[in-house]
Design a protein around this ligand. Structure first.
Ligand SMILES: C[S@@+](CC[C@H](N)C(=O)[O-])C[C@H]1O[C@@H](n2cnc3c(N)ncnc32)[C@H](O)[C@@H]1O
Length: 797
């Protein structure tokens, strides 16, 4: 079998991955595909990329560790190098006493965990070699290859051996040893090691390498057709920026959830590449979490998705992670073991949690960037902690499924050498199945659970924005400061002698009394003023940063009742007033006292808006369902205006109707909840109620159609919402069998959709997001509704 230079470097060096994809495995796995664009988001030394490039794939790799990037660059150099000159350079080089070139310029800047790793004389030789290559070898590819050869000898000439979680030190090093003295076997001199390595590279490049193939029946490799495109960085940062539907195949082997610490294992190589202590520690945290030292990346990921304007995706991924039952079971078992001190390292529970949290983001992004019909091939290990198997293959495949991928295969590979369970057994962890998973993206772009949820979230956020704006108006928050300002000229009519009884601290009072811009009544609540202007109740409560709930909790006064009583039909009594005044002023005094004499008018307005925002957010959470109904009601009312059909609004309270007048229209639309419906000038009407949410009433007073609107966005509730709509439709059909039933929903899962299609009681289904976003869907919906109201209607298809 012939080999391209790039592949040979992969086979002759152990750098950097513990799982180097064998060329045979890559060719075998890619056999079913026509070459296209291939991505490896954990590309290590680039084995998958080079093997795929040789088959004609255009390849992209992401790797965070400079060790992997360096090895990839060396392979590229090997691919270009002029062999005769390289061989001649090596022949000259091997005659040289490198110690003569030794100097401070290229000395290694050791970090704590590598100090004393090399015998002094060998380190001197190594530094001399580096100096010689950098000063005397001008051909960049040759220089790269020579330096890479030295990079590959680091372990051979050191007192250390890579041991998964750390560097294991030979007893000859004189460094503190474990219980059992360790002897790594022969430690080569630099001269021996570099000679061997350079000869091996030359031999490989000349095609004398016999690589062991995992799968013998693979196609022979061809020469590298394109060079891999590399991104150095964390795939958690790079993947979200890759274009949607742009990759044909992802072939990768992510880190395993097995405590393997790349930064400790590759500490010598990292130092060789110039990393200092701080950078190594930072890398450890940036790598996909697989050690007990990794801290949660949740906040940083959330911030990043916000920065990218992809909060919706973040929510979807977060929810999928939280709803993965097998994973949550494993996590809760590990948490229990942790509490019972049964884990031999307390960080294991968070390791597993962090690992899957991050992988959930990786899998989501892979599903997103894959072209329809594209495939992910992932090699990974299952692990076991404290006797509990973590079925990594099943959990990750389930994530994939949630994101619209289908699991085609989960193959189990024979375990390779070098990561045996004895090695790790001491640490309470054994490795189990090594698997290859194959996930496929649907070619038909069918509506997936994922898409539906994205849509549902989109609509949610759209509704949320308008909801916030309308509530801000409804609460009249922005008018409060001017109401207070209007009263200010009469400020002397309010006496503050009893301020101590009203909860005002003396310091805060003095500070505000002397304030250039702030007046006492702007800041402190006076009982007389609250009597005269009860509308300001919400103002004082909000600037004191108190929610309606907290007031009710702290002093038992239900302020919501009084704040919504626009006409002041009920008044607060003396006791309530004195409790409220005291509460508001105490909190305000606290704020001012804590500001250390720096409280400003702007900050006062800030508090008012912050608290109002929190209140609106609370109201929003309660109102998601209701709001979706109102959106549809408003949409129909607006359409009625467009069609010249709107005649009057029917108020809920009272018998008078409000004729349609364009100047009041916006206000009426804003208060849609206070209307029972609208009358149309074709003598039909649209009525709003609950069960059904909207009724379409014909000229003769019978129901020609009903609409149920379901705004909920959680998956789990999709079937329940469908069930509720069905029940309402059945009730209608019992008394009005001629009525047509329309379901409008934000989130319908494939199961619910299937049932809707088969359900005779549901005449038509619309997705609320589509109605809002797609002109055509909007038209279909309104046409359907208004046709049902037209006596001579052709029923919508
Ligand atoms: C199992 S190894 C893959 C080895 C690779 N298949 C090869 O043949 O060389 C996993 C790789 O993922 C890299 N890695 C870990 N966290 C990463 C991250 N957040 N972004 C990108 N690469 C990461 C590690 O440095 C390591 O090289």
């Amino acid at each position: 079998m012939s080999h391209t230079p790039a592949m040979i470097i992969a086979s002759t060096t152990k750098v950097p991955g513990r799982l180097l994809f064998s060329e045979g495995l890559v060719h075998y796995l890619l056999r079913p595909f026509k070459p296209g664009i291939l991505l490896d988001p954990f590309s290590g030394a680039g084995a998958a990329l080079f093997a795929a490039s040789a088959l004609g794939w255009y390849t992209k790799g992401i790797e965070l560790l400079s060790v992997g990037i360096y090895a990839t660059q060396a392979r590229l150099a090997a691919n270009r190098v002029n062999m005769p000159i390289f061989k001649q350079t090596v022949a000259n080089l091997l005659q040289i006493n490198f110690a003569e070139y030794h100097g401070q310029t290229y000395s290694l800047k050791h970090i704590a965990i590598t100090k004393g790793a090399f015998p002094e004389e060998e380190e001197k030789q190594l530094i001399g070699y580096i100096a010689y290559c950098k000063q005397m070898v001008n051909d960049t590819d040759i220089q790269t290859l020579l330096l890479f050869a030295a990079f590959c000898t680091l372990e051979d000439i050191s007192y250390t051996r890579k041991d998964g979680q750390y560097l294991r030190w030979d007893m000859r090093s004189g460094r503190s040893l474990g219980n059992i003295p360790f002897n790594k076997g022969p430690i080569l001199t630099f001269q021996e090691a570099i000679t061997r390595k350079l000869k091996q590279i030359i031999s490989d490049l000349e095609g004398n390498c016999v690589q062991q193939s995992l799968f013998e029946d693979t196609d022979p490799p061809r020469t590298l057709l394109t060079s891999p495109e590399m991104y150095q960085g964390s795939c958690l940062d790079v993947l979200p920026r890759i274009a949607q539907s742009s990759i044909d195949v992802v072939l990768t082997s992510p880190p395993y959830a097995n405590r393997y610490d790349y930064t400790r294992t590759y500490a010598l190589e990292l130092v060789y590449l110039g990393c200092n202590d701080e950078q190594v520690k930072q890398l450890r945290q940036e790598l996909l979490s697989c050690t007990v030292e990794n801290k949660s990346k949740r906040d940083r990921i959330e911030e990043y998705y916000k920065f990218l304007g992809r909060e919706v995706d973040f929510d979807i991924i977060n929810t999928t992670f939280q709803e993965q039952r097998a994973l949550q079971e494993v996590l809760s078992i590990l948490d229990t073991y942790l509490a019972q001190k049964q884990l031999n390292n307390p960080g294991i529970a968070s390791l597993v949690r962090n690992y899957f949290y991050e992988m959930c983001f990786v899998v989501y992004e892979l599903a997103r960037i894959l072209k329809p019909g594209g495939t992910v091939i992932m090699v990974n290990d299952n692990v076991q902690y404290a006797g509990e198997e973590v079925p990594v293959d099943l959990i990750l495949s389930d994530f994939a499924q949630s994101f619209g991928l289908t699991t085609k295969h989960i193959w189990t590979l024979n375990r390779g050498k070098g990561n045996s369970s004895q090695q790790m057994g001491n640490h309470g962890r054994t490795e189990l199945r090594k698997c290859v998973y194959v996930w496929e993206k649907d070619n038909r772009m069918a509506i997936t659970r994922d898409q539906l949820l994205i849509e549902a979230h989109q609509i949610n956020y759209q509704l949320r924005s308008t909801f916030f704006y309308r509530k801000l108006k409804e609460y009249k928050v922005l008018t409060f400061p001017s109401i207070v300002a209007n009263i200010t000229p009469l400020a002397e009519l309010y006496n503050w002698d009893q301020r101590a009884d009203w909860g005002i601290s003396e310091d805060a009072f003095t500070y505000i009394s002397k304030h250039e811009d702030l007046k006492l009544i702007q800041v402190f609540c006076h009982p007389k003023l609250l009597r005269e202007y009860p509308v300001l109740l919400a103002y004082y409560r909000n600037i004191a940063a108190l929610s309606q709930k907290s007031v009710s909790y702290l002093i038992g006064v239900n302020v919501a009742k009084y704040e919504t009583d626009q006409d002041n039909k009920t008044s607060l009594n003396d006791t309530q007033i004195s409790l409220l005044v005291r509460l508001f002023n105490e909190h305000m005094s606290l704020i001012i006292d804590s500001s250390i004499q720096s409280f400003t008018e702007q900050e006062l307005q800030g508090l008012l808006l912050t608290s109002t925002g929190a209140q609106i957010d609370g109201a929003w959470r309660n109102a998601i369902g209701e709001e979706a109904e109102k959106v549809v009601q408003r949409l129909l009312v607006k359409e009625a205006v467009k069609l010249g059909l709107l005649s009057a609004f029917i108020p809920r309270n009272g018998t008078n109707m409000e004729p349609f007048t364009p100047e009041y229209f916006e206000t009426q639309l804003g208060n849609i909840g206070s209307y029972r419906g609208i009358m149309l000038n074709n003598q039909t009407s649209i009525l709003f109620s609950s069960e059904p949410d909207i009724s379409l009433i014909g000229r003769n007073g019978t129901t020609s159609g009903v609409i149920e609107v379901k705004g909920g966005t959680d998956h789990a509730g999709a079937l329940e919402r469908y069930g509720a709509a069905k029940k309402s439709f059945e009730d209608t059909l019992r008394s009005a069998p001629q009525a047509k039933t329309i379901l409008v929903a934000s989130c319908i899962t494939p199961e619910a959709l299937q049932r809707i299609k088969e359900d005779g009681t549901i005449f038509k289904y619309f997705n609320l997001t589509q109605i809002m976003k797609e002109k055509q869907k909007y038209s279909e919906f309104v046409e359907c509704v208004f046709m049902l109201l037209d006596e001579n209607h052709k029923v919508c298809e």
